[in-house]
Design a binder for this molecule. Structure first.
Ligand code: AMP
Ligand code: ZN
Length: 471
C-alpha cells in the first residue's frame, strides 16, 4: 500500500521491515473525557491501515498507548500548551478535581468508554494498550540512557530536560527549525531559566508539593513524566527500534512527534520510525471539533438518536484521511440510510449463487492501495450496486470482500426488518386464503387478509403466490 509520509513529504510505498509483519504505533487517547468523533477519525485511520495490511496478508502488531498522566492542558480552555504548566494542569488531575474522584479512577472510567466507542465503530482492537502510568520504570530507564548519552540534563529545579541542540536532525517531521523556534511560540510565556536553550523540553518534571497524585520517585526526585517521553518509552518497549508506521492526528506532528522522534532516535542511535502518517482534523457543522469550543460530537450522541454508529464510520470514509472534513447531522443521517439500503440488498443477494467480480475487486483494491482513497472505494461500491451487468450473487460476494476493509457490517440485519414468526395460526390462515383465492372467493380472501393484518402480517399477491411482509 501507499501512504503519505509526513517526514518524506510524499506518497511512498509502505514496506514492512520485518518480513510479513507490519509494526504500527498509534498515539492513543488522553483519558480525561470521552473521545469525540474527531479523535475517532484518527483512530479509524489506523484501523484502515491495519485492515488493509491484514487483507494483503501481513500480520499487524499494533500498539496504542493510553495517556493517563503527563498530558498538560491546552485545548481544555485552561491556557498554555504542553510545557511549563503548573502541576495541577495535568488533564487527568483537572478532571479528577472536577468530578471529585481520584485521578486513576477518572482515567479508567474514560479508558472503558474509549474501548466501547472503538467497538461501536468496528475498530479492531490493538495488540496491546499499555498505560503511561504503568510504564514509568521504562521512562526512567530511557531518561537515564539519554542523560548518559549527553542528550539530556538535570535542570536547576530538578526536572530532566532534553537537550534539543544535541539532536541535529530535529524538525524533519514538521519542517520546524530549532533556530526559528522563538521563545513564546511553543514554549509558553517567558524564557525558562532552567533550560540551557529555549527549545529544550521536559522528559521528567519535578513535582510541586501541592501535587499529591500521579507522582513517582526517581533518581532525580519526585515527579511525573512529560507526555512525549511516554510514547518513546512504550513504542520502543513493545515494538523495538524498527517501527514501520506511526500514526496520529495532524496536531501531533509538532511538538509531540518531533520530540518523540528525537528521544527515540537519540537513545537507539537509529531512525526508529520509518513512516509518519497523520490524519487531518475533523470539523463538525463547520467548526473545529474540540472540547474548549464546545463543539463536540460523541459516538454516544449518535447512538442516542437511534442511528447506527457505523453511519459515523461510513461518513468519515466518504473523505480521504488527508483532507479536512466537515461532518454534519445530515451526512450522518444519509449514511444511516445508505447502510440500511445496502444491508437490505445484501440480505436479498445472499440467497443467490455467485463469485467475486475480479474487475470490481481490482478497482477497489487499487483505490485503497493508492493512499487510502476510501472515497473512491465507496464510489466503486455504489457503481457495483447499480451495475445490471453483474449478477446479484456476484455483487454479494464482491461487496463482502470490500467489507473486510470497510468494516461496515454489511451483512448485518437491516433496520425494521422484523421477522415474521410463522405461527400455526398464521400458517392456517395463509393456507385458507390460498384455497379461497383458488376458488376465486375474493370476499373470503379479503376477510382473511384483514385477520392476518390484525396479527401484524401483510400479504401481497404475486406470480409466486402470497408474499408476507411485516406490518
Ligand atoms: P487526545 O485524546 O487529545 O490525546 O487525542 C487523541 C487523538 O485524536 C490524537 O491523535 C489527536 O491528534 C486526534 N485529534 C484530536 N482532535 C481531532 C480532530 N478534531 N480531528 C481528528 N483528530 C483529532
Ligand atoms: Zn503519542
Amino acid at each position: 500500500m501507499k501512504l503519505y509520509d509526513t517526514k518524506r513529504r510524499k506518497i511512498v510505498e509502505i514496506i514492512a521491515q520485518t518480513p510479513g509483519v507490519l509494526k504500527i504505533y498509534a498515539c492513543g487517547p488522553t483519558v480525561y473525557r470521552d473521545a469525540h468523533v474527531g479523535n475517532m477519525r484518527t483512530f479509524l485511520l489506523t484501523d484502515l491501515i491495519k485492515r488493509l495490511a491484514q487483507y494483503q496478508g501481513l500480520k499487524v502488531e499494533l500498539i496504542q498507548n493510553i495517556t493517563d498522566v503527563g498530558h498538560m492542558a491546552d485545548d481544555a480552555g485552561l491556557g498554555g500548551v504542553d510545557e511549563g504548566q503548573a502541576d495541577t494542569e495535568d488533564r487527568i488531575l483537572v478532571q479528577a478535581g472536577k468530578e471529585s474522584i481520584d485521578a486513576l479512577t477518572i482515567a479508567r472510567k474514560y479508558e472503558e468508554s474509549f474501548h466501547k466507542d472503538l467497538a461501536l465503530l468496528n475498530i479492531q482492537p490493538a495488540t496491546q494498550y499499555p498505560r503511561a502510568s504503568e510504564s514509568i520504570e521504562l521512562m526512567i530507564e530511557l531518561i537515564a540512557k539519554l542523560i548518559a548519552k549527553n542528550h539530556a540534563y538535570v535542570s536547576q529545579d530538578g526536572s530532566v530536560l532534553f537537550d534539543a541542540k544535541s539532536f541535529p536532525t530535529y524538525g524533519q517531521i514538521s519542517g520546524n527549525k530549532l533556530d526559528e523556534l522563538k521563545p513564546g511560540y511553543r514554549f509558553v510565556g517567558k524564557e525558562d531559566s532552567n533550560k540551557k536553550f529555549h527549545a529544550d523540553w521536559a522528559l521528567w518534571k519535578k513535582s510541586s508539593e501541592s501535587r499529591t497524585q500521579l507522582t513517582w520517585q526517581t533518581p532525580w526526585g519526585v515527579g511525573y513524566p512529560g507526555w512525549h517521553i511516554e510514547c518513546s518509552a512504550m513504542s520502543l518497549k513493545f515494538l523495538g527500534n524498527k517501527i514501520d508506521i506511526h500514526t496520529g492526528g495532524i496536531d501531533l506532528r509538532f511538538p509531540h512527534h518531533e520530540d518523540e522522534r528525537a528521544q527515540s532516535n537519540a537513545a537507539s542511535e537509529t531512525e526508529v520510525v520509518n513512516y509518519w502518517i497523520h490524519g487531518e482534523h475533523l470539523l463538525f457543522e463547520g467548526r473545529k471539533m474540540s472540547k474548549s469550543s464546545g463543539n463536540v460530537l460523541l459516538v454516544s450522541d449518535v447512538v442516542q438518536k437511534n442511528l447506527d454508529p457505523l453511519a459515523i464510520r461510513l461518513s468519515l470514509m466518504e473523505h480521504r484521511y488527508r483532507s479536512q472534513m466537515d461532518l454534519t447531522w445530515n451526512s450522518i443521517n444519509a449514511s444511516h440510510k445508505t447502510l440500511n439500503r445496502l444491508r437490505e440488498k445484501m440480505q436479498i443477494w445472499s440467497n443467490k449463487e455467485g463469485k467475486i467480480d475480479e474487475n470490481y475487486l481490482k478497482q477497489f483494491e487499487s483505490a485503497l492501495d493508492e493512499d487510502l482513497d476510501t472515497n473512491k472505494g465507496l464510489q466503486i461500491l455504489r457503481t457495483l450496486e447499480k451495475d445490471e451487468s453483474v449478477s446479484d450473487g456476484n455483487k454479494y460476494q464482491t461487496i463482502l470482500k470490500f467489507d473486510e476493509i470497510l468494516g461496515l457490517n454489511l451483512t448485518a440485519k437491516p433496520e425494521n426488518k422484523k421477522e415474521i414468526i410463522l405461527t400455526k395460526e398464521i400458517e392456517t390462515l395463509l393456507a385458507q386464503r390460498e384455497i379461497a383465492r383458488n376458488e376465486k372467493n375474493w370476499q373470503k380472501s379479503d376477510e382473511i387478509r384483514d385477520q392476518l393484518a390484525q396479527l401484524g402480517v401483510g400479504v401481497k399477491d404475486s406470480n409466486n403466490g402470497q408474499e408476507v411482509t411485516p406490518l
